[in-house]
Design a protein around this ligand. Structure first.
Ligand code: N01
Length: 546
């Protein structure tokens, strides 16, 4: 292990924000590289987004075998996933075990929510203050606060008057509510709503789902992993990881997919007959996961290819729901497949065949507001004991703009991103020296397997910090030219294709007043990794070191 620690003057080498996948790996790697590192975590335990999202049914839609660390042979050898898609509790157990196995916990301060991070230009140091009043100073600030970690409540009149319990899926109470005999309402049918609805429907007396926009949905087809699966994994682990690195698989249900079916995604849809395309969609659907519609290379470019994928999934909604009027309400229309996150679940449409589930389409029956007893919909009162808000997040930027983060001229990130985030590589921001982001805006993050992209960014940022320290620099800051060029590139990647028509949290459309710009780099993991590698190999052009 190297030793890069400065004299112990009470100043940390690196303060890492967040104890989820990115933060734990950062702590491990930077400590191995000989830095004095501390992680601040708001929760009482590790897990990050997975700690907080403990709603019933919470489960990853990336396959567990590839939604985990690859950097440690110890972890690889000793952990065994139990299901094809890991449930939230298993992921938290995994991260807790990793934090113990790699002896990380001694350098994590739990129950420490960061309130302020201010750069002091005179000392070239970051000053931090938690909500509890604890203060820290560090030479480098690495945010691993998570791309989807700042929950938002639905903006509906009278919600504050409602006397029942309101629960956001990302702030689920530790004491599980007893829904037996209760009337429950839920707002939101995104990834979270899609998972929680089938479970709560089985537990409560009556469930009312307030639907605004139906999403494209495919079944996860989750199942326990067998000995044969684990044997397959031992034999195919390296190949699978190589394929993921090269963008030949995604991990959203396709790691064991038949090669011929999978590889159609490298050709335009028009290379195949209508019959063959149908077979490919059916095979993908039977296999399950979020990649059903990404069957051909031009899914996000060709209106015809995109529409065909959409039609296929629309047909499946009609097949699953008995009442054609309900099926019609749940049929996604008016936006291109993929421009809103595709939802993945178990028995989601089928749940609307239950007698105790009512679907209220708030686009046709206006949700006028709430009173003490419940919701008012088109003049009708729907009495509720609980309201579940599966209403989403201020994604990618919210994690840092909801904290008072200020750079060298005293301006906050919230101010300088008022017209949309500007970054270099999604990692650095002009005016915020020695600050780095994992899963930040302008990086591939949520458009990829987040754990895989996190790992790549952790390694890259650690190399950059070592470069600063080993050369005796005190400041590392993105240049204006590099930031402008990168921001322009992130925008250009979606120009002229179907991404441009997106109306979702991918472009900030779910937060009132948030500028409509694509928040993530849509060029894919492989291209992003190559760009980052080129920059480090060339000695980090785009940064000014002093
Ligand atoms: O949030 P969302 P989420 N009136 O923003 C509705 C990841 N994730 O928590 O679409 C009525 O997607 C809103 O309606 P509309 C994943 O990346 C992963 O579900 O804006 N409705 C929408 O239906 C995911 O994409 C996993 O019309 C209102 C819903 O609330 C991301 O997190 C699991 C409303 C919000 O959906 C976010 O998912 C969970 C209003 N006033 C999450 N306001 C897995 O790995 C909001 N809505 C499986």
């Amino acid at each position: 292990m190297a030793d890069r620690r400065h004299e112990d003057d009470g100043i940390l080498d690196v303060l890492v924000l967040g104890g989820g996948f990115g933060g734990l790996h950062s702590l491990y790697r930077l400590r191995e590289d000989g830095h004095r590192v501390l992680v601040l975590e708001a929760a009482p335990d590790v897990g990050g987004a997975w700690y907080w999202n403990r709603y019933p049914g919470a489960r990853c839609d990336v396959e567990s075998l590839v939604y985990c660390y690859t950097f440690s042979p110890v972890i690889d050898a000793e952990w065994r996933w139990s299901e094809r898609y890991a449930a939230r509790d298993e992921i938290v157990r995994y991260l807790r075990w990793v934090s113990e196995r790699l002896d990380l916990r001694k350098d994590i301060r739990f129950d420490s929510r960061l309130a302020k991070a201010h750069y002091d230009a005179a000392d070239n140091l970051w000053n931090f203050e938690t909500e509890g009043g604890d203060r820290y100073r560090a030479r480098h600030f690495l945010s691993a606060a998570g791309p989807i970690s700042a929950p938002i409540m639905p903006d509906i009149p009278g919600l504050d008057r409602f006397q029942g319990d309101i629960i956001h899926t990302a702030r689920w109470p530790e004491a599980y509510p007893d829904f037996a005999g209760k009337r429950v309402g839920i707002i939101g049918t995104g990834s979270s709503g899609t998972q929680v609805i089938p479970i709560v429907a089985q537990q409560c007396e009556k469930l009312t789902v307030f639907l605004r926009t139906p999403n494209f949905y495919s079944p996860a087809r989750n199942r326990p992993l067998t000995d044969a699966d684990h044997q397959w994994w031992q034999q195919n682990r390296d190949l699978t990881r190589e394929r993921l690195q090269q963008g030949r698989r995604w991990g959203g249900g396709d790691i064991m997919l038949d090669d011929e079916i999978n590889d159609a995604m490298f050709e335009p849809a028009s290379n195949f007959t209508t019959e063959r395309r149908r077979e490919i969609y059916e095979a993908r659907y039977a296999n399950g996961g979020g990649v059903v519609g990404w069957a051909f290379a031009d899914a996000m470019v060709s209106v015809d290819a995109n529409e065909e994928a959409g039609d296929f999934l629309r047909e499946k909604v009609r097949d699953a729901i008995v009442d054609p009027a309900i099926a019609d309400k749940l049929t996604p229309r008016g936006f291109a497949y993929g421009t809103k996150r595709v939802t993945v679940g178990t028995d989601f449409p089928e749940t609307f065949n239950r007698d105790n589930v009512e679907l209220v389409d708030v686009k046709t029956e206006t949700l006028e507001g709430f009173n003490e007893r419940g919701a008012i919909v088109a003049g009708r009162e729907i009495a509720l004991d609980y309201l579940i808000a599966a209403s989403g997040f201020d994604a990618l930027t919210g994690a840092l703009t909801t904290i008072d983060v200020r750079g060298k001229d005293g301006r906050s990130l919230g101010e300088i991103w008022a017209d949309g985030p500007q970054t270099y590589l999604g990692i650095s921001v002009l005016g915020f020296p020695n600050m780095y982001m994992i899963g930040g805006p302008g990086s591939p993050s949520v458009l990829t397997n987040v754990v895989m992209t996190n790992e790549m960014q952790v390694e890259w940022i650690a190399d950059l910090i070592n470069h600063v320290e080993d050369n005796g620099y005190v400041r590392c800051e993105a240049t204006a030219e590099a930031q402008n060029e990168w921001t322009e590139k992130v925008g250009a990647l979606v120009r002229g294709n179907l991404w441009e028509t997106a109306e979702s949290w991918y472009v900030g459309a779910n937060v009132p007043g948030k500028p409509r710009v694509i928040l993530a780099y849509a060029g894919g993991y492989t291209a992003y990794k190559a760009e980052c590698a080129e920059i480090s190999a060339a000695g980090y052009p785009g940064y000014r070191f002093t």
